[in-house]
Design a protein around this ligand. Sequence first.
Ligand code: PMP
Length: 455
Amino acid sequence: MLTHPPLANSLVELDRRHLVHPVSSFRGHEARGVRILTSANGATVTDAEGRQLIDGFAGLWCVNAGYGHESVIEAATRQMRELPYATGYFDLGAEAPIRLAAALAERAPGDLNHVYFTLGGSDAVDSTIRFIRYYWHALGQPGRDQFISVASGYHGSTSMGAGLTALPLFHDGFGVPHSWQHKIASHDLYRNPLASEPQAVIAASVAELRAKIAEIGAERVAAFYVEPIQGSGGVLVPPPGWIKAMHAVCREFGILFVADEVITGFGRTGPLFACEDEDIVPDLMTVAKGLTSGYLPMGAVLMSDHVYEVIADGAGAKAVGHGFTYSAHPVSAAVALEVLSLYEGGIFDNGRAMGERLQAGLRSLSDHPLVGDVRGRGMLAAVELVTDKTAKTPLPAALNAATRLFDRAWEQGLVVRSFAQGVLGYAPPLCCTADEIDAIVARTRKVLDLTLEDP
Ligand code: PMP
């Protein structure tokens, strides 16, 4: 156990010297000391100073089942002892990934019956790009090589996936190829003058998507990617019917529709997959995070019958050259199967009840002078801070510092993500108790009060 502050201090120094953190290590002079977590249980994490905090962000929107489930640890240990590894190459396999693929196919909407396992979300998205290119190639339309996604969307950090990601910091300076990807405006409602009329918002997006398709040439558009609720873009919830309308446009032009459920999957918004609420069946779906609840890395691509069959037949006698050493890892799969049985044994039900409590609790903060918007669905939410509620003025730079809000929340015993634009993001474990949800809300109010007093 790491509870001794001098030891923690020396680790902070080692970290600074040697460990390169995603995004935060690249802030140059702004780089700060790492905060070290030492243990976790349920929805609570403990830091190196022994401080206990409610993890309002489930790690990185992933620990949906909560920490410390003995049955998950046992499932992993059993699988490690029996068969820690089996490749999926050369027609080899193992029981756990086969059972997991079948379980996902059984539960996924429509005919998403074919599961390709990856190590996480980015390589799941990357795999869809490769599969889709291959699909159009096999159908004799290799010129269908253009992709459309939604502004402020996030689809991962690999070179191809980062092309679909619309957050500039993920491609500026990295030489990510842009020639094949296009964006339509996001469905952000907060500053949208049409927000009070959802049908007008939908009509505007439909018109924009049609215009984009016409501009590229319908015969060149391979696929459209969407997060049912945008996560990293600031928890942006489209108006009801928006996804269905976009799906209909894609159908009209034979464009493949990909739902990126890396954050929204596995009960995060209520149902197993968020697109179930939208009453559509995507042609492909990507999942990760909640699949293993963060206990081990794993992601997956779910393909519908027609997509899989074209790729499989199109290969003819040739093999399709796409695969990872750790695809369908037996230990990750054993963990995912156990996590799924925990979810269905009561955690999803709890998450749905707690999701309503979280949304109502955070909405009760709307009266606060700094709160411009509260949005979300289920256990996925955001509070957007502004300095002027009528003008919807974003926080000025000093207040806006994401780290300052993060630090303040940490001091109150709450882990939340603070987005650069003054948005606090929430994605607590679905196992949270009512008291923990109430504490998340109360601690947030305290953070807001402190920020009002001392910006
Ligand atoms: N897609 C979405 C919607 C995501 O939110 C993320 C990660 N936040 C990814 C893809 C990439 O997943 P990973 O970080 O596991 O590679």
